[in-house]
Design a protein around this ligand. Structure first.
Ligand code: FES
Length: 571
């Protein structure tokens, strides 16, 4: 059976008379100045997450014009529609809370409005997973375009890139090594162009995941936001989306398969990408009825070398990665470990893509060969143990090697407020060998799992030159951060997990080699504390109304990607 695009006639508004609905819709569409001939074309929706509260997307108007150009030239009609946007630093309590809301708006607007295919424009951290989750669930033919990374700035002869250097300079400021007038100067030099953060943070990691899974055009994940190639990429995606509108495929669920998600996990380890990507890939997997297997993830990690020398764990920036060959170089180096049968929006399989001759040589100074890696093992691992029976994540590539096997005394903060109040107190009983523990910052806490897992080094230790300590929480960490930071501890503290039972002075042992995180307190004492915790009642008060209530009642734990239980595909 051949596919017939339905264009403006799809999903008619229900007035009980289909012909009237069609006539009314065309009449109102004509009020926008369209001719009948234009309205007879297949329709490509352009899903825009532009917002004045999203600096990373400030070039979207130009990108949208380029997508439209491609759609029109290929004989379809482009129609732009907005969805909510998630500007990482403009949202409170944290952007992750709104990722599912954005995914719902994407899914529902694709489904409810008359379009034969859709181009998704996202970029800033949570927008790419939100759009992919929504598009997978809507399952109309979809192609994505990402914002692309920012260019670096300059400060006194040094290159600066958001946001690894934001943290580096802020730590120096806290330690008294950078004066207030210089930090103000730096503030204006960290983020100097449109686009997403300039390092291998969450946004860049998720762009690479989208390309690995076949949802954006090959070679496009790392094109800088301000490069002319970014606009050419938009035009080409518009052309492709017009063809998809006419043929009715491929659809996201034909592309984003379990094998494609495993390929993405492999690339995540090879680029030592953001820990947040584990949450987002778990959520994306849930949309196709798949659950991430942390033991499989660890097996992959042990056999996948880190290939890129980029901040936050290395030296370069995303613009260097793009000029060095981009994802193509990583995919080629990892190809023996990737499933070549996975498809893409172009219809080409990964194997076919990688068998084509290289257009440009790879710069192996930035993207190493598998025989000469930056590190022999993957950048991330999952931990289990008595402190995290359902798992935790550690970015071992970003950790201090000497802290990867460490036992120390717990210094506990019971909430973000407690942390803010006491971390810099001169009388805080803490040494560099201690383990900082933050409780009640997980998905169901009032703070909504913020990127607070990168606990600041107590000011008195920072002033002595301490740069890293073992830090543990049920929170997340920005993809641009670094340190020996154990994240996403599950079950979370506000649900009564073992993390809630840690007390000042307890011994905690981290072993990256054994992939364990253990609370060294005997079972009888832990049972006593658990009973006391249960007797004290739940530590969180459910919000009374609105989205916060929906979130509280339905958010899944970190190992399931913090999606809503009712949005997963249960098969
Ligand atoms: Fe948007 Fe970093 S703030 S990607």
């Amino acid at each position: 059976m051949t596919y017939e695009p339905k264009g403006l006639e799809s999903g008619l508004t229900n007035y009980g008379d289909r012909d009237f609905s069609r006539y009314l819709r065309r009449s109102f569409a004509k009020s926008m100045g369209y001719t009948g001939a234009a309205l007879d074309r297949p329709i490509v929706g352009i899903c825009s997450s532009e917002s004045g509260f999203n600096n990373c997307h400030r070039h979207f108007p130009e990108m949208i014009e380029a997508v439209k150009r491609g759609v029109l030239a290929a004989g379809a009609l482009p129609i732009v529609f907005p969805v909510i946007s998630l500007g990482e630093v403009f949202l409170s309590p944290t952007s992750l809370v709104y990722r599912n809301l954005m995914a719902m708006t994407v899914e529902e607007m694709i489904r409810a409005q008359p379009m034969d295919s859709v181009v998704l424009l996202g970029g800033c951290d949570k927008t790419v997973p939100a759009m992919l989750m929504g598009a997978i669930s809507a399952n109309k033919p979809a192609a994505m375009v990402v914002a692309g990374p920012m260019m670096t700035g300059r400060h006194r002869g040094e290159r600066l890139g958001a946001c690894t250097d934001c943290r580096r300079f802020w730590a120096s400021f806290r330690a008294g090594r950078v004066p207030a007038d210089e930090i103000e100067q730096i503030e204006g030099r960290l983020a100097v162009t449109a686009g997403t953060c300039a390092v291998m943070g969450t946004a860049s990691t998720m762009a690479l995941m989208a390309e690995t899974m076949g949802m954006i055009l090959p070679g496009s994940a790392a094109i800088p936001a301000v490069h002319a190639d970014r606009l050419r990429n938009c035009e080409e995606t518009g052309t492709l989306a017009a063809q998809m509108a006419k043929t009715g495929g491929p659809r996201p669920r034909e592309i984003v398969t379990p094998a494609a998600i495993r390929n993405a996990l492999r690339v995540l380890l090879g680029v030592s990408g953001s820990t947040n990507a584990v949450i987002h890939l778990a959520a994306i997997a849930g949309r196709i009825g798949m659950k991430l297997d942390l033991e499989e993830f660890n097996r992959m990690s042990d056999e996948t070398p880190v290939l890129v020398d980029l901040k936050p764990v290395g030296r370069g920036y995303m613009e260097d990665f793009h000029s060095a060959g981009g994802l193509e170089g990583v995919l080629r180096a990892l190809s023996p470990k990737l499933d070549p049968t996975c498809g893409s929006i172009t219809g080409e399989t990964l194997g076919a893509r990688l068998s084509r001759p290289l257009a440009d040589p790879i710069d192996h100074g930035v993207i190493r060969e598998a025989t000469d890696p930056v590190a022999p093992e993957g950048g991330l691992i999952a931990l289990r143990g008595s402190l995290a029976p359902e798992g935790a994540i550690l970015k071992r590539a970003a950790a201090t090697p000497g802290l990867l096997e460490h036992e120390g005394r717990a210094v506990v903060f019971t909430s973000l407020e407690d942390l803010a109040e006491r971390i810099d107190a001169q009388d805080l009983d803490v040494t560099a060998e201690d383990v900082l523990v933050l409780q009640n910052a997980g998905p169901r806490s009032a703070s909504g799992m913020p990127e607070a897992g990168y606990l600041p080094i107590p000011r008195k230790l920072a002033a002595q030159g301490v740069k890293d300590m073992v830090r543990i929480s049920d929170a997340r960490m920005s993809g641009t951060a670094f340190g020996t930071v154990v994240l996403h501890v599950a079950p979370e503290a506000s649900g009564g997990g073992p993390l809630a039972l840690v007390r000042d002075g307890d011994r905690i042992r981290l072993s990256a080699r054994e992939k364990r995180i253990d609370l060294l307190v005997d079972a009888v004492e832990l049972a006593r504390r658990a009973a006391a915790w249960a007797k004290a009642g739940t530590q969180t008060t459910a919000p009374k109304r609105g989205y916060a209530r929906l979130y509280h009642d339905h958010v899944l734990p970190a190992p399931d990607g913090c999606d809503f239980d009712f949005l997963r595909d249960e098969g």
